[in-house]
Structures are given as structure tokens and as C-alpha cells.
Design a protein around this ligand. Sequence first.
Ligand SMILES: Nc1ncnc2c1ncn2[C@@H]1O[C@H](COP(=O)(O)OP(=O)(O)OP(=O)(O)O)[C@@H](O)[C@H]1O
Ligand SMILES: [Mg+2]
Length: 235
Amino acid sequence: MIKVSNLQAGYGAVRAVRGVSLTLGKGELVTVLGANGAGKSSLMLTIAGALKPTGGQVFFDGKDVTGATPERMVRLGLAMVPETRDVFPDLTVAENLRLGAYIRRKQVDAVQADLEKMYEIFPRLKEREHQAGGTLSGGEQQMLVIARAMMSDPKVLLLDEPSLGLAPNLVDQIFEMILELKATGLSILLVEQNASKALQIADRAYVLRLGEIAAEGTAAEISEASDLHAMYLGG
Ligand SMILES: Nc1ncnc2c1ncn2[C@@H]1O[C@H](COP(=O)(O)OP(=O)(O)OP(=O)(O)O)[C@@H](O)[C@H]1O
Ligand SMILES: [Mg+2]
């Protein structure tokens, strides 16, 4: 679904992504691990079109989409949940979710069906359907932004550190929900600092260090490489 080839991007003189190549197959769950500042978010933003690449290529479903706008990427079937977890605080949960379907305004029935599907996967959102987004707990807001991204009916979902700042039992719940989304055939690129948890649910993994891929392999291979944990993932 996604192929990234020698991708480079940054902020002025800061080279955050330095020649990254990776793939994400259909229905696959691939995790990108790495310490603070490794370039994980920058990589995601570049794939999603929010940060312009300075070199290399991005392919989506076989099409060269290098430099495409975020809007075009959404229309092609790519949804991203950024680290910032930005819900619309004054809108209700249901309104937040419906906004996620803004590119599908004419598909009234399909949007309604997807809304029901998201309430099944995230029952806590159903219970809080009429509550203002800003009054949800951190974990509920994370569920809301994931479900909202799903409302665009994507083929590929990019998740940037969904476990950040959540209590361990909530992290487990979020990861269960990610697996449920995967079971629908979705391809998922999951950025995480919580390496051990991410490796439990991922098929494959890449380890990013200073903007470059330092290691890659199956989740099992990366889990077993104990030196990797010490060097790049903080033990
Ligand atoms: N808007 C920005 N302007 C300038 N430099 C930036 C900007 N955003 C990120 N950087 C720099 O780019 C590098 C990669 O940052 P990035 O946010 O991609 O890392 P990360 O792996 O997502 O880190 P974290 O785990 O803390 O989220 C860092 O050196 C960071 O300081
Ligand atoms: Mg980040």
C-alpha cells in the first residue's frame, strides 16, 4: 500500500528524515520505533503530505504521490492520527466523528454505517456520543481521534504514538482496538516509543535512529535483538 524510497525531509537546516526506505503491505501492521527526536513524526507527516519531502519518493497503492497535499492523500485513502490528539473541544463526540467523513458528504448511508461500526469498536465513544470532545479523558480523546480518522474510510491508517501518556490498562485497550481495526483489512503504520507493546501486535518493525533506519525485521526478530533495545529504544 505504501512504499517509501530514500525519503528525505526536514525543517530548514534540520534534516529530520535522512534517506528512509520502507514498505507497508495490504492488511499489514508495521511499527516504526525510535527514541525521542529520531524522526518518527516527521516521517509520518511527510508520508501524509503535511511536510514536503526534499528528496526521495512516496508511493501509495502503486501511484507516485511524492509531494501530494494532505487533502489529496486523504482522498486517495490515507488517514493520519497525529501525536497532537486534537479533538474539536466544543463539538460533541458524534460531531467530531462526522467531521472525519467530510470528504464523503454524499455518502450519507455509508457514513452512518461507519459511525455505528466505530461505536462498536469504541463503545466508550457511544456512551459519550453527546458529550463535548474537550471533556473526554486523555484515553477517550485518543479513541476519538482514531475513530474520527477512520470515518474517512481509509485504506491506510498512520498512528503517531497512540499510547503516549496513557495508563497501562488503557494502552492495552487502545492496542486491542488497533488489532480490531487491522482485522477489517486496514493497513496500519504505527509509530511508537513503547517498543515492547508495539512489537506484540506488529507484523514487522523498523527502528529509526537520527533520521535513518537502523534496523528492520519481523516483530519477532526485532524483539529478540536485545542490543537494539539497549542502543536505540532505551532498554
Ligand atoms: N517544526 C519543527 N521545526 C524544527 N525542527 C523540528 C520540528 N519538528 C521536529 N523537528 C526536529 O526534527 C527532529 C525529528 O523530530 P520528530 O518530531 O520527527 O521526532 P520523533 O521521533 O517523532 O520524536 P518524539 O518521540 O519525541 O515524538 C528533531 O531533531 C526535532 O527537533
Ligand atoms: Mg513524534
